[in-house]
Design a protein around this ligand. Structure first.
Ligand SMILES: [Zn+2]
Ligand SMILES: [Zn+2]
Length: 392
């Protein structure tokens, strides 16, 4: 039996140029109400988009406990936001954060991001592009956002809400004329259950990064996606079963015009890297598991009433993956039980809105099936509530 762990509302799912539907998600733990605090995960679209969504679905934020009569306005919902968690400072991820600064109601709100991303956001609140409505001073006006720097690439989880914490990792989002441009991937953890999901900001594949930097195409980029997959693999599928990742362009987009984004071929190649990590881990667990089964038996002979835990003393170092022989014909596919949520599909105004998302989704599905990875694939849509799929 599984229980929902997180509730997530899609305020905006696209990657532009449609400014009404750009990266913005509202997140809370399933075991708390919206009033108890919300994380704004990215802030491209905002209260304006949410107002339109609520006109079409006034009970989007209903809770089973409170019954179907629960309705909120967009202004109420944004007043419950206690922090915004931002992957990078491109406008399609922060435009509503800037435009609605000082107008959201509720208590003071934090902007949580790596120091490099906060430095970029500060340029928007420079009293030039927009008034200075954010500061580092804890005692400043509640109208002003409070910058909160997150250390990237450490093993620490930073508290966002009492029940949710985040581990940020730096990823590549291509380059500009000043050099490499970074974005962030977030491991979001429900503290009580230990359940996590992985959320990527805009990201480039390691193969494209590598070839852009003049390296061997097959070489894994240091600090690229490969390091995220290494952290992710031991958690799959019981600790972590949902990955939100962008796929901005359809397959016919040339690599030279990806501008730091993914297309289906590169996304599925990255998932294959993750699958290899998972398979290698299960292989080593299967062999060490066989040794561990013998070891307690030997110890038992020495210590009649001894209790031996093959998981080790620290439960945090135990990831409950069932080891299985990798070459067995009965082995499940490496990523069975994992759901991929595609985000950030770019709109093409020559087609109807959403057409690109459908094309990208069908292309990713076909490639995933051909690779036998065993993942489910879904393309997120504005106005969706995703909760029943983030389970523990
Ligand atoms: Zn973007
Ligand atoms: Zn971007």
């Amino acid at each position: 039996m599984t229980n929902p762990t997180f509730d997530l509302i899609v305020v905006g799912a696209g990657g532009g140029p449609d400014e009404c539907d750009i990266s913005a998600y509202l997140l809370k733990p399933s075991d708390a109400s919206w009033e108890d605090g919300i994380i704004g995960l990215e802030a491209g679209s905002g209260p304006g988009a949410l107002s339109r969504i609520l006109r079409a679905d006034p009970q989007l934020f209903r809770s089973e406990e409170e019954g179907p009569a629960t309705t909120y306005t967009a202004r109420q919902i944004y007043s419950f936001v206690t922090c915004f968690l931002v992957t990078h400072a491109h406008l399609d991820h922060i435009s509503s954060l800037v435009l609605s600064a000082g107008s959201l109601g509720g208590g003071r709100k934090r902007i949580c991001a790596t120091s490099a991303v906060l430095k970029d956001i500060e340029t928007a609140f420079s009293n030039r592009l927009w008034p200075n409505l954010a500061s580092w001073d804890k005692d400043d006006s509640p109208q002003k956002y409070l910058y909160t720097s997150l250390q990237a690439d450490s093993t620490n989880y930073n508290p966002l809400l009492p029940q949710i914490s985040v581990r940020p990792m730096t990823i590549s989002h291509g380059c500009n004329n000043q050099g490499e441009y970074d974005s962030t991937a977030f491991f979001l953890k429900h503290n009580k259950t230990g359940s996590e999901f992985l959320f990527f900001g805009d990201v480039e594949s390691d193969v494209v990064s590598s070839s852009r930097r003049g390296g061997e195409v097959a070489e894994r980029v240091v600090g690229g996606l490969g390091k995220v997959w290494k952290v992710c693999a031991p958690k799959i599928p019981l600790v972590l079963s949902a990955i939100f990742i962008e796929c901005s362009w359809a397959q016919d987009r040339p690599d030279a015009l990806l501008f730091g984004h993914l297309k289906p071929e590169h996304l599925v190649n990255e998932l294959k890297v993750l699958a290899e990590e998972v398979t290698a881990l299960r292989r080593s667990r299967a062999s060490s598991g066989a040794r561990a089964v013998q070891q307690p038996a030997r110890k038992k002979r020495r210590k009649i009433n001894g209790v031996h835990d093959i998981r080790g003393a620290d439960p945090h170092h135990y990831t409950p993956l069932a080891p299985f022989p990798p070459s067995s014909s009965t082995s499940p596919p490496p990523l069975a039980g994992v759901r991929i949520f595609i985000t950030h599909c770019k709109e093409d105004f020559k087609r109807h809105l959403g057409a690109n998302r459908e094309i990208i989704l069908s292309q990713v599905k076909a490639l995933v099936e051909a690779a036998g990875l065993g993942v489910e694939v879904h393309a997120v849509k504005q106005g969706e509530r995703i909760g029943n799929v983030l389970t523990h």
